[in-house]
Design a protein around this ligand. Structure first.
Ligand code: DX5
Ligand code: ZN
Length: 219
């Protein structure tokens, strides 16, 4: 499968959001990555339903919504209504992760599970058969533009091994500090989906940066 590119809207210019949405629509990006932060699970607050609902009307690619919020199970229907196609919750934020993953899927969305940099991949062993996507955080969640954590490669390789060993088919997404310098190594280590915020939006030509990430060949 060709890898997917998910530009992170967190790094967009919110006063001119439509311009960035249009740029992503017309680019070779595959998804919109949408980061929701509650000021409790992470030390930052981003945006909520009004912004995501507006995005839904103009985005011509699936909304990949990453919830960095406590007790995400409280809001699954609202995120569905706001337009989420893929809804990812954090392992660290869910006491009943299995129930939450199933509830997301019952609402007709793909379910993702995210892990923080300190969380080992092996804790996902008993949810892998149920989940559509695993998001590996390669920075501590909360902010765009942080430095990539090198240990991520090891986690991606281990997840890819686990997928093979269990005959499961979830996508592996990597999020944080991704750029055109580390993208190839990340894809080789096992990533299927690259999230990138700062490296895309701080580029002189963001659409060109997306094209660079998309055209990487692994072999
Ligand atoms: C961080 C978010 C990321 C962030 C990535 O908490 O989950 O999606 O936007 O931004 P960069 O690519 O700038 O690290
Ligand atoms: Zn994210």
């Amino acid at each position: 499968m060709k890898h997917l590119i998910a530009p992170s809207v967190l790094s967009a210019d919110f006063a001119h959001l439509y311009d960035d949405v249009k740029m992503i629509n017309e680019s070779s990006a595959d998804w919109f990555h949408v980061d929701v932060m509650d000021g409790s699970f992470v030390p930052n607050i981003s945006f909520g339903f009004p912004v995501i609902s507006s995005l839904q009307h103009y985005a011509r690619k699936p909304l990949d919504v990453h919830l960095m919020i406590v007790q995400p199970e409280r809001y699954l229907e609202e995120f569905k209504r706001a337009g989420a196609k893929i809804l990812t919750v954090h392992y660290e934020a869910c006491t009943h992760l299995h129930r939450t993953v199933n509830a997301i899927q019952e609402l007709g969305m793909k379910a993702g599970v995210a892990i923080n940099p300190h969380t080992p991949v092996h804790v996902l062993e008993d949810i892998l058969a149920e989940t559509d996507l695993v998001l590996v955080m390669s920075v501590n969640p909360g902010f765009g533009g942080q430095k990539f954590i090198e240990n991520t490669y090891r986690k991606l390789r281990a997840l890819k091994e686990m997928r093979k060993a269990t005959g499961t088919d979830f996508l592996i997404e990597v999020d944080g500090g991704v750029n055109s310098h580390n993208a190839l190594a990340l894809l080789k280590a096992g990533a299927d989906v690259l999230v990138a915020g700062n490296s895309i939006f701080s580029a002189e030509d963001p659409a060109e940066e997306i094209a660079e990430l998309k055209k990487i060949r692994i072999d």
